[in-house]
Design a protein around this ligand. Structure first.
Ligand code: NAP
Ligand code: MG
Length: 503
């Protein structure tokens, strides 16, 4: 089967203006600048292959300028002395502007990344605004403590008075992936600004458009110069940021492979790191699972955003008493999904982010088939040079096969039977990753026992991929370091200073 998609003309006035305004520039100290080297690269619509815009290819010289602007802004009174409540209002204003421009941002996101309009417009763009709202409320609640001490060697007649204060960690390099571009940027910008840090943001080369538009909106919201700088370019630009002495912290979301490189690069000045990395998340389906919940729930858990979700439930372990019925039902769910251009309102699933990513997914399936895996649904790319891949249900995948061990980042789920809960837990934990998992059962005890037994940063019960800024999100094992969201998400952007005085 092939799917041929015609280029889409932008519908919203905002997206049209943004895409027709000439090559995009870099945001440095609130000015839009051409890259020093004068080079550009194209960003495309993965559904049709149409060119959307030319992006500035920043080099290390541009990065140095952006870092210098961020460092300078840290000590400028306009930012350093901004009252916490004013910082909160600024974050709230950014949220308001994201919402006011939600149609346009959703259109840019769908054109650039491929995801469905519903995912962009009703999930990720509103969720990006919510990130800023959540941390807006924290800006005037960042507190130190006064601490009674047991120190006994102070001069007679004196006493010890000690307290802590919280300070911004400094210049943050925020490096984001291509699967949920605006949301991933918002998850770093909102807590960083709440804490009083300054930021150099490098979005993924394939999907930089919404970050650049957000940059315009942040300037409009009144962000002081240099507080957020946005530079577009390739992985080497990210590498330069992560090794740079002028950067105090790296907030990274992306692959475990690049995460490891960042750990190495950051050692020069021992940067603080938060790493949100890859996953191979299991879904355990118990014999009493509610089929009306579990089939659409597991299908959504893997197929949403065409499987390009870090927490995608890519391994289902299903009790053998319901295994056949489950595989048949899940294959039906996969077959119901309509593939097409993300901007067509009928579309459930858009393309993958690029033809290269579709090739990568196809290679996993070819290899799995050769090793004996069976295909219960999908298993095909929709055209030789297409970025579309059919939602795929695979059976008979052995624990040591590459498709069971590595993150595919596509719409592919492997379904395996188990006989008792201990076996299910052993399967679920048989991975280097530890990002997320789901458990499907109507029995409270088995739900919470399984949740306790799974090594993962998030466990969902009777749902998958439920997110909110209030809920900490991070990886155990090789899925990362640190947490985003919630009060813990703010901690990553703050240092503690202890002041101890004899008075
Ligand atoms: P990626 O290849 O690791 O790239 C992520 C970002 O890092 C991009 O901006 C990339 O730039 C940049 N980069 C590449 N090489 C670098 C280097 N040596 N040093 C510093 N930065 C570098 O990941 P991706 O393919 O864009 O995204 C998919 C991955 O992200 C998956 O593994 C997924 O699981 C993970 N992810 C995790 C979470 C989470 O919360 N745990 C959420 C979403 C996605 P270029 O774009 O120019 O290559
Ligand atoms: Mg693109």
């Amino acid at each position: 089967m092939t799917l041929s998609i015609q280029p889409h003309q932008p519908i919203t006035e905002g997206a049209r203006t943004f895409l027709t305004g000439g090559p995009k520039k870099l945001l440095i100290a609130n000015e839009w600048k051409d890259p020093v080297g004068g080079q550009h690269f194209a960003t495309n619509d993965p559904a049709s292959g149409a060119r959307l815009a030319e992006l500035a290819e920043a080099t290390s010289e541009d990065a140095d300028l952006a870092i210098a602007a961020a460092r300078n802004a840290l000590s400028e009174p306009a930012w350093r002395d901004m009252k916490p409540s004013a910082r909160g209002r600024l974050l709230w204003k950014i949220a308001d502007l994201i919402e006011a421009h939600a149609d346009e941002l959703a259109e840019l996101e769908t054109l650039d990344q491929g995801k469905s309009w519903a995912t962009s417009r009703f999930a990720e763009i509103p969720a990006s605004a919510e990130q800023f709202r959540y941390f807006a409320g924290f800006a005037n609640k960042i507190l130190g403590q006064t601490i009674p001490t047991s120190i006994g060697y102070h001069p007679p007649g004196k006493k010890v008075f000690a307290y802590t204060s919280r300070e911004p960690v400094g210049v943050v390099a925020a490096i984001t992936p291509w699967n949920s571009p605006l949301l991933m940027a918002a998850m770093k910008l909102a807590p960083a600004l709440c804490a009083g840090c300054t930021v150099v943001l490098k979005p993924a080369e394939e999907t930089s458009l919404t970050a650049l538009r957000l940059g315009e909106l942040m300037v409009e919201a009144g962000l002081p110069a240099g507080v957020v700088n946005i530079i577009t370019g390739f992985g080497s630009l990210g590498a330069h940021l992560t090794a740079h002495k002028g950067v105090d912290k790296v907030a990274f979301t992306g692959s475990t492979e690049v995460g490891r490189m960042i750990v190495g690069a950051a050692q020069g000045n021992l940067k603080k790191l938060t790493l949100e990395l890859g996953g191979k998340s299991p879904a355990i389906v118990m014999p009493d699972a509610d089929f009306d919940l579990v089939l659409p729930g597991v299908a959504r858990g893997i197929f949403a955003n065409s499987g390009q979700v870090c927490v995608a439930g890519s391994r289902a372990y299903v009790h053998s008493s319901i295994y056949d019925r489950f595989v048949e039902g899940l294959a039906k769910e996969a077959g119901k999904l309509r593939l097409g251009h993300g901007l067509d309102k009928e579309t459930d699933l858009g393309p993958l982010v690029s033809t290269g990513q579709a090739e990568r997914v196809a290679a996993f399936i070819t290899e799995g088939r050769a090793e004996g895996a069976g295909i219960a649904a999908g298993g095909e790319r929709l055209g030789d040079d297409s970025a579309f891949y059919a939602p795929t249900v695979v059976t008979g995948v052995k624990a040591d096969m590459r498709m069971m061990r590595e993150e595919i980042f596509g719409p592919v789920i492997a379904v395996t039977p188990f006989d008792d809960p201990e076996e299910a837990l052993a399967y679920a934990n048989d991975t280097d990753y530890g990002l997320a998992a789901s458990v499907w059962t109507q029995d409270l005890s088995s739900a919470h026992r399984l949740a306790a037994g799974i090594k993962a940063g998030t466990v969902w019960i009777n749902c998958h991929s439920y997110f909110s800024p209030e809920l900490p999100k991070g990886g155990h094992k090789e899925s990362g370091w640190g947490y985003e969201n919630g009060a813990q998400g703010l901690e990553n952007y703050l240092e503690t200073k202890t002041v101890c005085a004899v008075i």
